[in-house]
Design a protein around this ligand. Structure first.
Ligand SMILES: *[C@@H]1O[C@H](CO)[C@@H](O)[C@H](O)[C@H]1NC(C)=O
Ligand SMILES: *[C@@H]1O[C@H](CO)[C@@H](O)[C@H](O)[C@H]1NC(C)=O
Length: 361
């Protein structure tokens, strides 16, 4: 129907950050204006009312849900979109993060067509006194507030001692700048958990979150509970590690606005991958994406206040504060640092393979 299509393109509606009542009012008003200009006043009264009703119902579906592609990052595009961080791993991992020149010459990053590989070294034996295994940590040059990020991932790092992450933060003012972990885990332990870490005063409600995953801790404050943050464990086992890889990976997506932060996951072979996600569409509508894996609402957390403009970070560490501490519980051999030092071939599969990263705003 003409009128509905027109209403959906109304920019007032796609902002989605004002009260829904206000919206509905504005929406109705512009809807009437539009239908008046489209259809002449001779239109039968009942048609007018029908158009009105169609507009009214579509408003609840389109709120804040339409975004346009702003960064389409494929293959070599990763070299332009990201900076290489050669910092010491803040989580004390057995890695040495290298610069872009080194990662390219050592083939720790590799780009071609729609492939971008990021990995640890899997050839070198290390001595105890030496720096850790070479690895890569990259951070996006651009920062984002309200946005959707879609990661089309064919493979994620696997193996004992590995601790990969795809996440967002604003470095420098952590945890007050907020952190969103989209993919993070250790030692092949599936499934994935998505979590937030913030300063004090941000927590999640225990119920009514309309998500497929399971709540962990509810207090997002990074300064308590040993920085566990507020997490949601996904229901799909193939959301992480070897089972993710054996299934050809899948798509992860984050949506952030002032009302909520949501994370979705679709396994590669899922029948419910939205077509705009699968096709890397120019425009996406998250209203068509179904129930998210994790839903972090703003009811007990002022998202605008607890989350600054974020960079996207992809890092791959080994051992360290998390992977190292639960290494034996994960059923891994010897000790984490010994394993990293003496088993380079154990890291042959410790790589990300990205088919694309797309950011929408
Ligand atoms: C570099 O890595 C890519 C991707 O894993 C691989 O296809 C290629 O053969 C590697 N090149 C060398 C010289 O090892
Ligand atoms: C990446 O670095 C951040 C801190 O800068 C840390 O919180 C996160 O756990 C690290 N993850 C990995 C996998 O290195």
């Amino acid at each position: 129907m003409h009128t509905t299509a027109n209403c959906q393109r109304n920019p007032l509606v796609s902002v989605g950050e004002r009260s829904s009542q206000w919206h509905r009012l504005e929406y109705k008003r512009s809807c009437v204006r539009r239908s008046e200009s489209l259809v002449y006043s001779k239109m039968p009264r009942y048609l007018c009312i029908l158009a009105y009703i169609a507009c009214f119902f579509s408003v609840t579906r389109v709120l804040g849900a339409t975004y346009s592609l702003s960064d389409n990052v494929l293959g070599n595009g990763f070299y332009d979109a990201f900076k290489w961080e050669t910092i010491d791993d803040p989580t004390h991992g057995r890695v040495k993060y290298v610069d872009q020149g080194t990662s390219r010459s050592q083939n720790l990053t590799y780009a071609s067509g729609d492939t971008f590989i990021l990995r640890t070294d899997f050839k070198t034996y290390l001595n105890n006194g030496e720096p850790g295994r070479q690895s890569v940590r990259i951070i996006s040059k651009r920062t984002y507030t309200t946005h959707v990020a879609v990661f089309d991932v064919r493979h994620m790092p696997q193996g004992c001692g590995t601790w990969p992450a795809i996440w967002e933060t604003a470095e420098g003012n952590w945890p007050y700048s907020g952190e969103v972990d989209i993919v993070e885990g250790v030692n092949d332990q599936a499934p994935n958990a998505a979590s937030l870490h913030t300063g004090p005063g941000c927590s999640m409600p225990p119920a009514g979150r309309d998500q497929t995953g399971t709540n962990g801790q509810l207090d997002c404050n990074a300064l308590v509970n040993g920085n566990t943050g507020c997490g949601v464990t996904l229901s799909e086992r193939n959301s992480y590690g070897p089972s993710f890889n054996n299934n050809g990976g899948g798509w992860y997506a984050l949506e952030r606005n002032n009302n909520f932060i949501k994370v979705w996951f679709w396994p590669r072979n899922s029948g419910s991958v939205p077509s705009d996600v699968r096709n890397g569409a120019q425009r996406i509508n998250t209203d068509g994406w179904g129930t998210p894996a994790a839903h972090f609402p703003n009811t007990q957390c002022n998202i605008a206040q607890h989350f600054d403009a974020h960079s996207i970070i992809i890092n791959l560490t080994l051992c360290g504060d998390w992977a190292g501490n639960v290494y034996e519980q994960s059923g891994c051999p010897s000790s984490c640092v010994d394993y990293v030092n003496n088993n380079p071939s154990g890291f042959r599969d410790a790589y990300f393979d990205f088919a694309a990263m797309r950011v929408y705003q």
